[in-house]
Design a protein around this ligand. Structure first.
Ligand code: XIL
Length: 367
């Protein structure tokens, strides 16, 4: 176990001044606007940019009340080699958040991506070994982050994509055929949540997933699958506190508030908290002819979606980054536009200037 782990809880930073944004920004921050409405606004954050870009750091400090490490709390960063935990990068984000009076969400204890090279072979060795590896990771991470992170995505993206999705599951069944499912069977989900509750009884335990927002048959089926999973977990008395809706919106898919609101209300009725955890907007394949038109459409879709989410009982809204410059929609080949056009799916532009999407969010937060 590395030194970094033992030094983790040094987080109370007294007497630090909060960063001031480098550029002119609107009078009220999204953080304050949301807060005044009883909502929480936040964003995913990257430690590499915090280190090197004062404008980025200032914008994060100003606009977000909650920060989610975009990479720094994934398995490959926290346990790159078996038994060697490294919290040093996550700690940079925790220290920044403490200086700016922000909370940090954990993302994510278990996922089928971001697995270090040693992990898939270890999982393939059989259920006893896979169960031990899973338990050690959850325990070690939750014990180390207990003083500073009070909400974790225990599981990310466990529901299988129905036919008609972008990446449909090759086999039938409600659950994604991840290395975890293959190693441990469907019971791994319940087990992960039970271990988390046992290690930290007051931690908020979240199940996070995507592809449930649109008004099309694939999203409707994914909503149904997630609901079946959650109902079963509740019947089995699995400790589950919240559902995270990633909300990587796609404008080529139709959107209608009613089905989403009804589904969210059903989850709320089961006593679960609801959060939008990774909001951004993918524009259609054929772009409108001007930036102004594109931005207006993105803002409009954002407002429609957020109104529905709030009507359904969502109280936490997080975007997956703040600016188009740093968005995974631009940087990640699997989601980047094939035409190479600059994406405009986040509230700030490539110069960190506010866009109509930000105005739309502010309007929704103002009510
Ligand atoms: C993405 C990051 O943004 C990328 O930089 C990284 O290469 C892959 O992961 N759903 C999630 C996030 O839950 O963890 C993903 O983040 C985006 C999709």
């Amino acid at each position: 176990m590395s030194i970094a782990r033992r030094s983790l809880p040094a987080l109370a930073v007294a007497g630090c001044t909060a960063l001031q944004p480098a550029r002119a920004q609107p009078a009220a921050s999204l953080r304050d606007l949301a807060h005044a409405r009883g909502l929480t606004f936040g964003s995913a954050i990257r430690h590499d940019l915090l280190r090197t870009d004062a404008g980025y750091a200032a914008l994060m400090a100003r606009e977000a009340e909650v920060l989610v490490p975009e990479w720094a709390a994934k398995w490959s960063v926290l346990q790159p080699r078996e038994g060697e935990f490294d919290f040093s990068v996550l700690q940079e984000i925790l220290a920044f958040a403490a200086r700016n009076r922000q909370r940090v969400r954990g993302h994510t204890l278990l996922w089928h991506e971001s697995l270090p090279a040693w992990l898939p072979p270890a999982l393939a060795e059989g259920p006893a070994r896979a169960g031990a590896v899973m338990e050690t990771h959850i325990r070690t991470v939750l014990e180390a982050t207990r003083p500073s992170i009070r909400d974790w995505d225990v599981l990310n993206e466990v529901v299988a994509n129905p036919p008609g999705s972008d990446n449909p599951s090759p086999i039938p069944g409600d659950l994604r055929t991840s290395p975890w499912l293959r190693a441990l069977g469907p019971d791994y989900i319940d087990r992960a949540f039970r271990i988390a509750r046992q290690v930290d009884p007051t931690l908020r335990l979240t199940l996070n997933d995507y592809g449930v927002e649109a008004d099309n048959p694939a999203a409707a089926e994914k909503r149904a699958r997630l609901l079946r999973l959650v109902r079963g977990m509740i019947q089995r008395r699995v400790p589950l506190d919240a559902i995270g809706i990633q909300a990587h919106l796609q404008m080529r898919e139709p959107f209608r508030a009613e089905p989403l609101v009804a589904w969210l209300q059903e989850l709320r009725g089961m006593g679960l908290a609801l959060a939008v955890t990774e909001l951004d907007v993918r524009e259609p394949d054929v772009l409108a002819p001007s930036v102004a038109l594109r931005d207006a459409a993105v803002a409009d879709r954002t407002a429609q979606f957020l109104e529905a989410a709030i009507a359904g009982g969502v109280r936490t809204i997080l975007t997956w980054g703040l600016s188009d410059r740093d968005s995974w929609l631009r940087l990640e080949p699997s989601v980047a536009r094939p035409d190479g056009a600059q994406t405009r799916g986040l509230p700030f532009d490539t110069d960190l200037r506010p866009k109509p999407m930000r105005e739309a969010m502010a309007r929704v937060f103002r009510g």
